[in-house]
Design a protein around this ligand. Sequence first.
Ligand SMILES: C[S@@+](CC[C@H](N)C(=O)[O-])C[C@H]1O[C@@H](n2cnc3c(N)ncnc32)[C@H](O)[C@@H]1O
Length: 245
Amino acid sequence: MSESTGGYFYDRIAEYVAVLLPCAWVGLRPALVAALAGLDATARPVVDVGAGTGDGVVVLADALPEVEIIAVEPHAALRTALLTRISSTSALSERVTVLADDVLSARLPDRIAGLTAMNVIGHLAPGERRALWALLAAKLIPGGRAVLNLYPPHLPEAVPDAPMGAAVIGRRRYSGSAAAEPAGPDSVTWHMTYRVEEEGEVVAEFTASDHWYVLTPAELATEVAEHGLRVRAGDAAQGLHIITR
Ligand SMILES: C[S@@+](CC[C@H](N)C(=O)[O-])C[C@H]1O[C@@H](n2cnc3c(N)ncnc32)[C@H](O)[C@@H]1O
């Protein structure tokens, strides 16, 4: 995984992703479950793009019993956490395959019933995004669907620093906040600040920055339409979008 695809960023923040991203899944979980309702994925696998430490894989596995899951995670530290989670639960290790590639070079099955890309799509440059829509158009079975989230800003605009969540692990409290600034015509730079406190004393604090491509829901609809796909809104509060043939 190269620096341009977030490798260095995730080298620095992997443990904070493990501890703090579950805060986001409190809201994402029911939204994703609703977006997957009625999906018949018994015949073909579902791909989780950028699976991270596996919060979304667990939601998929719970929402779609019996379904085979292909979890694509290019970053070694996050993938280690993912594999630890999967290998410790036989119900997951029996049906989740982990691929150590980015989604465009991963060896994916010819046909898939679904694809999820949660908190991921801004990592893909516009050309890579279009390649993902082409991949979907080629592989998604009739009746299949892809689910992704877009979160603000949808345009290259500044976002003031705001808390991302907090978690207490033993004696230590982990917290994070995020701010964005414009970085070009189609992107922002996110500045993520992480803090670890013990008995009120800050024992670690740093800011890591990452490039993130932005797009509006209307741009998403136009892009996927170029590949014969359609998009409809899922849970608006979670920024969910559901792509079908
Ligand atoms: C913010 S994390 C989200 C993790 C997980 N989807 C979740 O919501 O819990 C973004 C993930 O996307 C992965 N990623 C970045 N570029 C990618 C690419 N081109 N293909 C697949 N995954 C990618 C990163 O390694 C990271 O795990």
